[in-house]
Design a protein around this ligand. Structure first.
Ligand code: PMP
Length: 404
């Protein structure tokens, strides 16, 4: 059996139509298939490869740590230098109240931990989340997913979850003294790169404070430089009580974190003891990779390049078929009329060696979220190919219509 057959036969599938593109190696902005077929990565493995694939400093850190030790003990018991250095580096680059880091394995686990922490700290049970939010696929994080169709088959899920409309300030009055926390993506990712309206997050922060509810900002997708600032919340004048990170934090290895004040985090140590347990959370090799990755992002201020390239994408991607460009930095969504139109473009782009995708809750939007190292030339190249593809498709539809 060839690799594709093995993939279909032996791997659990997540859909009837996986992309099933075979990649043999990846470097920087590019992935390479059999025979050396080159693909420009416009989605970074869904907002993961912020410093590009196989960044030499990340690879070096992984090799060095793998030769030193990999796993010693469950999270939270032994003093492991990659973990403590990573936590220190994060704290040095975060506002004052975000001073204590709990390391986990993934975005979903960061959200699970953050929700548990908020319930434990406040002694309350209600969790408020937003429509079209994506926070993960485990049963807790799924419970605050703002999409009914994706949840129905898995009920019962967590009780006491209330959904509000993102960017609707009037509905914020539903947050009450019974609310443990509000979980919000600083920029909604899977909704199709929805940016908060001016003042929305500030108002949300105020209502949380007025009610003693914790504000959890999920920057699993928008954080680590992707939004045009190191942390997306910097652009909206708010600081969360708990910040969740994963994806672009690890430089390609699986790691996540929830971060809060020491006072809040301390509650996980007692009543009950071991309030969140994770065997592999903050794995030494993953932590070493994350530290090397974050050092590159901060040293090279990659968020500045993200903002520069956003401008160029917006300038160049002007076409009658593109209804709108949403998002910030290098978390952008090109809005088309419908999913079919988007899918035709995505398929043709893949044939031409550009990897893109749609968004889970915005299937009519094409995802542009390349590694933050993308150069002006590469952005221009990607835009030229997108426009060429749109023109071909547009002309062929026009011709079909004429012929019909
Ligand atoms: N939150 C956000 C905003 C995400 O985009 C994702 C993943 N798409 C998650 C949480 C869950 O992360 P993971 O897949 O690592 O569990």
């Amino acid at each position: 059996m060839n690799h594709r057959q093995l993939f279909y036969n032996f791997l659990g599938q997540t859909s009837e139509a996986p992309l099933a593109i075979e990649i043999e190696r990846a470097e920087g902005l590019y992935m390479y298939g059999p025979g050396g077929k080159e693909y420009l990565d416009l989605i970074s493995g869904i907002s993961v490869s912020n410093v590009g694939h196989c960044h030499p400093e990340v690879v070096e850190a992984v090799k060095k740590q793998a030769e030193t030790y990999m796993h010693l003990m469950v999270y939270g018991e032994f003093v492991q230098s990659p973990q403590v250095q990573l936590a220190q580096f994060l704290i040095q680059n975060l506002p004052e109240n975000l001073e204590n880091v709990f390391l986990v394995n993934s975005g979903s686990e960061a959200i699970e931990g953050a929700m548990k922490l908020a319930k434990r700290y406040t002694g309350r049970s209600e969790i408020v989340a937003f429509k079209n939010a994506y926070h993960g696929s485990t049963q807790g994080s799924l419970s605050i997913m703002g999409n009914e169709a994706m949840k129905n088959a898995f009920r019962p899920l967590l009780p006491d979850v209330r959904f509000l409309e993102y960017n609707n300030t009037e509905q914020l009055s539903q947050i009450s003294p019974g609310t443990a926390c509000v979980v919000a993506e600083t920029i909604q990712g899977e909704a199709g790169a929805i940016v908060p309206d001016p003042g929305f997050l500030k108002q949300l922060r105020k209502v949380c404070d007025d009610n003693g509810a914790l504000l959890i900002l999920d920057e699993i997708q928008a954080g680590c430089g992707r939004s045009g600032s190191l942390w997306a919340f910097e652009q909206f004048g708010v600081v969360p009580d708990i910040l969740t990170l994963a994806k672009g934090m690890g430089g390609g290895l699986p790691i996540g974190a929830f971060i809060s004040s020491r006072e809040i985090m301390h509650t996980l140590t007692h009543d009950p003891v071991l309030g969140h347990i994770t065997t592999f959370g903050g794995n030494a090799v993953c932590a070493a990779a994350a530290l090397a990755n974050l050092k590159v992002i901060v040293r090279e201020k990659l968020w500045e390049n993200a903002a520069r390239q956003e401008k160029l994408f917006r300038q160049m991607l002007v076409h009658p078929k593109i209804k709108n460009i949403r998002g910030k930095g290098l978390l952008l969504a090109l809005e088309f009329a419908d999913f079919n139109e988007n899918k035709v473009i995505i398929d043709k782009l893949i044939e031409k060696g550009i990897i893109s995708d749609w968004f889970l809750f915005a299937p009519h939007c094409l995802r542009i979220a390349p590694p933050l190292i993308i150069s002006e030339n590469e952005t221009e190249k990607a835009c030229a190919i997108i426009l060429e593809t749109l023109n071909e498709t547009y002309m062929s539809t026009a011709l079909t219509k004429e012929n019909g």
